[in-house]
Design a binder for this molecule. Structure first.
Ligand code: UD1
Ligand code: UDP
Length: 369
């Protein structure tokens, strides 16, 4: 049975690391790893292949950056070509990026079953490109791997047939368990940047609705400036946000009050997350990692897909509409603790995904292969 996996952006490298290890170890599964090239800087791509020991991609399409239609369209054409050449039995896609949608769309049109890892996530905000990518991918998929009960429920509500939905747990939890300890041994980032555990706030920002809206970006930087007067803020910076700060003239202020780092590798990021007093982020993955490491979190958005963390008190959604909202939201959350919950499975999501794929293959190969 041959599985062609499509990845392209940073969070997908972390997710694929957990799953690829299991697929690779299974003699019944032949794997083909396709990198779209959506992310291409060394610090946004290669570092994860090296640190997480992901096998090198069999093919990198080197698509690079572009407008949504242009980027997705170029991926679609090249992925279709590769799927036809490789004659794979499944296309495995992850998350909600343009690489996800292009992979799903190319495969479904060729009648190649699509398997979607992290299915059923919803923000219910159709202005987010990720929301469009998720909904379309889920509705093109044959196997939907839901990380949580909430995700499964979202899929049911949209009429996805029950037999297509698999509650597997979250592959990012698998990754945190597997690589989290390695980070304790391997990362020297706290020493490198002279950081004292629990005496700094970790921030990440890259969401389009924050970077592409000048008023929001200003509110965020000014809000963080207020907080940084009492607690240092560390900001490993996504290239998109760096560019936005430069073009909006906010770079000088940001640089003078925040400890801005280039994007860091996964092991350093885990160390920063574990030792932060609080994480303030607009990232999906970082919100969950905050919980895995029991660090309180503020989500700098108007909503979140990971609602169970808000309900349990681990995460607080703070819409970055004014500087005061941002600073008060962060300062009031310092020291918060949530309830004990375990919504992300048992750390064996990748194994459940591999088993579901093999079972599906066995069942359907008797019918129509
Ligand atoms: C993408 C995903 C988003 C995900 C994020 C993870 C979509 C629509 N968005 O957003 O869901 O949360 O990845 O990080 O797929 N750039 C570089 N070097 C790189 C990559 C990007 O400089 O290696 C810059 C380019 O200026 C580019 C911009 O970042 O135009 C945005 O990159 P893109 O991949 O389009 O979207 P992200 O914001 O990274
Ligand atoms: N991450 C990282 N280095 C960084 C920022 C993030 O390794 O400088 C990791 C983070 O630990 C998480 C993933 O990247 O595992 C999240 O990716 P990102 O925030 O880019 O995307 P999202 O999860 O919002 O789609």
């Amino acid at each position: 049975m041959k599985v062609l996996t499509v990845v392209g952006a940073r969070p997908q490298f972390i997710k694929v690391a957990a799953v690829q290890r299991v697929l690779q170890a299974d003699p019944l599964i032949e794997s083909f790893l396709l990198h779209t090239g959506q992310h291409y800087d060394e610090a946004m791509s290669q570092v994860f292949f090296d640190e997480l020991e992901i096998p090198p991609p069999n093919l990198n399409l080197n698509i690079g950056s572009g407008n949504h239609g242009q980027q997705t369209g170029r991926m679609l054409e090249a992925i279709e070509q590769t799927l036809m050449e490789q004659r794979s039995d499944y296309a495995l896609v992850y998350g909600d990026t343009n690489s996800t949608l292009a992979g799903a769309l190319a495969a479904v049109k060729l009648h190649i079953p699509v398997a979607h890892v992290e299915a059923g996530l919803r923000s219910f905000n159709r202005h987010m490109p990720e929301e469009i990518n998720r909904v379309l991918t889920d509705h093109a998929s044959d196997l939907l791997f839901a990380p949580t009960e909430t995700a499964r429920e979202n899929l049911r509500r949209e009429g996805i047939p029950e037999e297509r939905i698999y509650l597997t747990g979250d592959v990012m939890f698998d990754a945190a368990l597997y690589y989290g300890e390695k980070s304790d041994r391997a990362s020297g980032i706290l020493r490198q940047y002279d950081l004292t555990p629990k005496q700094y706030i970790l921030t990440t920002l890259h969401r389009a609705e924050n970077t592409d809206n000048k008023a929001r970006l200003r509110a965020l930087i000014e809000g963080l400036t207020i907080v940084a007067k009492t607690t240092p803020i560390v900001l490993p910076l996504h290239p998109r946000t760096r560019a936005a700060l430069e073009t909006t003239g906010l770079w000088a202020q940001a640089e003078s009050v925040l400890k801005i780092l280039p994007p860091v590798g996964y092991l350093d990021m885990a160390a920063l997350e574990k030792n932060a007093a609080l994480i303030a982020t607009d990232s999906g993955g970082v919100q969950k990692e905050a919980f895995f490491y029991q660090t309180p979190c503020v989500t700098l958005r108007t909503e979140t897909e990971w609602t169970e963390l808000v309900e349990a008190g681990w995460n607080r959604v703070v819409a970055p509409l004014t500087a005061e909202k941002v600073s008060e939201g962060i300062l009031q959350t310092l020291g918060a603790r949530g309830k004990t919950i375990a919504p992300y499975g048992d750390g064996r999501a990748a194994e459940k995904i591999a088993q579901a794929l093999k079972r599906h293959y066995d069942e359907t190969s008797q019918i129509d292969r």
